[in-house]
Design a protein around this ligand. Sequence first.
Ligand SMILES: [Fe+2]
Ligand SMILES: [Zn+2]
Length: 350
Amino acid sequence: MSLTENNTGSGAFVCACIFTKNYFIAKYNMHIDFNGNLDEKVVLELRRKGAAEKELKSIVSDLKDELSRRKHLSETSVERAAIISTCYTRKHPHLFALKREFLHPKLLEMVAVAKSTQATANSIACMTETCAEKVWRFPVFTNQFCNEFIDEMCNFESSDAPKGRPNTMNNYGILLNELGFDSGFLNDFRVNYIYPIARLLLPEWVGDGLDSHKAFTVKYKHGEDLDLSYHFDNAEVTINICLGKSFEDGSLYFGNMKTEHNNLLHTTEVKHKVGYGILHRGQHRHGAMEISGEDSERHNLIVWLRSSSLRNKLCPMCGTTPELVSQPKWGDGFTKPEINRSQESSCQLS
Ligand SMILES: [Fe+2]
Ligand SMILES: [Zn+2]
């Protein structure tokens, strides 16, 4: 497998914890474990928060639907991608192959520095705005690219094409692998532009390379999603790029790491700027504040960057050695250990 692939070639795996952990009950803002029945402690907590018996039943029914969705995630995604590739007419076909002209000149400058032999974390960090501990903001895309990309997303959203949603917390996002952005755009973007920067800023989170990703857009608008609850990502490194359009408020806020006691008292607000990406550790807890203003509408492109060499040892979602479950395509960035060993030896020989 080369770093330019989104590691589907060597098998696609998820950790079995996807079926039992991190279920989100939006109304009560709770993340819970679910095995087909609600845990007694969860029932008590839901009752304490005001859920009546009838509502508990409907919550269980929703959670069972979500379990079923997770069990068929990969095959339904492959089915949708096949339909999209034949039925969806792209409005801006040139967007699907990454070109340097899409990228902000400042990003190209940063990447050139990052790829030079003398590059250090400091030489890159001083070209960014440091917004919180290990959270950096820097320009990524030109305004023209952002506008055209949003237009493509809106065109897709209004089409009859089938749509999957990126996760249970975002109801209006678009999965970019299904839309066909991986091979011509996102693999190149990950390997040649974001990895060189992440390697210097977050060396402990890239392992032997960021060899796969999951990329999606999210949208915040009145009458749709307004904010995003506090969470951590299924990623080693995340870049969250604001595409526009126009919005008030809706900043990101960062707390502490997943491995630390969950404490929401001390968070740092980081404002979005159109065309700018916010780079952070996937395990750094964060959320998005509510947008305000009647006409506010914000679209973001989020790329979860994954390192199989790190997550094969420790699943970021359950915090233990992953129990691999094979998928038809598009797993969560895990690979079979024997594939990794042969890769390592071929790397040492070359
Ligand atoms: Fe996130
Ligand atoms: Zn796991």
